[in-house]
Design a protein around this ligand. Structure first.
Ligand code: SF4
Length: 234
């Protein structure tokens, strides 16, 4: 296993080469490459919508770090899924929290910042904590898929995250929802109960609604606010 420190230029080159070489590789093989290349300087981030990527990563790299962002606004079902993942899977669960509690944020910016300025709320409660939490890693894996929305249609399986200067791995980018469902059924993977209750994508409670017939999976996120991404993936 290679765990040596890499420079940012090394990492960019690795990402670009791997993006070409691994485009047709299976998610498990992509994650085996990540484990082999980065060792403990690799982590998985999970929104706890489901534990599919965490499950795949734990097969490639038992004890892998799985990072969860606790914004303080999650559904109880999401926190329950996080706790179950930590209890039953061979992963090292790490929960990141924003600098301010929701009450402290309300005191400084006013209540319901998610309604007043959702970009600022996401910056404070998601983007900054993740950037701090990723400091010790060279590479991070996500559950992004190309079929989730038009904004994700060009997601590379391995790419360069210029904003954070890290390798960004999306091992199931080429999977469809049917592929995810089949993996969940085959391996008995934990999923968020809200997925059985009309939610196709699960984020913070104030900014997530059920999807309607014919809508894409992310249509229920920040609906009516002119926002489709939180800033973690843009
Ligand atoms: Fe705030 Fe909504 Fe973003 Fe969560 S998704 S951090 S509640 S704006």
């Amino acid at each position: 296993m290679t765990t040596a420190q890499h420079t940012a230029e090394d990492l960019r080159g690795l990402a670009e080469q791997a993006g070409r070489d691994l485009e047709d590789a299976s998610p498990l093989d992509i994650l085996r490459w990540a484990a082999e290349t980065f060792g403990p300087r690799f982590c998985v981030t999970s929104s706890m919508e489901d534990a599919v990527v965490a499950h795949l990563a734990s097969r490639a790299f038992p004890g892998v770090d799985v990072v969860f962002l606790d914004t303080g606004y999650h559904f109880p079902e999401t926190i329950g899924t996080r706790d179950a993942v930590g209890a039953v899977m061979d992963v090292n669960l790490i929960t990141l929290t924003p600098v301010q509690s929701v009450a402290e944020q309300d005191a400084e910016y006013g209540p319901k910042l998610h309604d007043l300025d959702p970009d600022l709320c996401c910056a404070l409660r998601k983007v900054k904590p993740l950037e701090q939490g990723l400091t010790g890693y060279d590479a991070w894996a996500t559950g992004l898929r190309r079929d989730e929305s038009p904004t994700r249609a060009n997601t590379p399986v391995v790419g360069w995250d210029e904003k954070r200067r890290k390798v960004k791995i999306s091992p199931i980018a080429r999977w469809t929802q049917a592929d995810v469902d089949a993996y969940v059924a085959e391996h008995g993977v934990l999923t968020n109960p809200l997925l059985m209750d009309g939610y196709a994508s699960v984020g913070c409670e104030p900014c997530t609604r059920r999807v309607l017939e014919g809508e894409d999976a992310r249509a229920g996120r920040w609906a009516g606010r002119g926002k489709t991404e939180c800033g973690l993936h843009g």
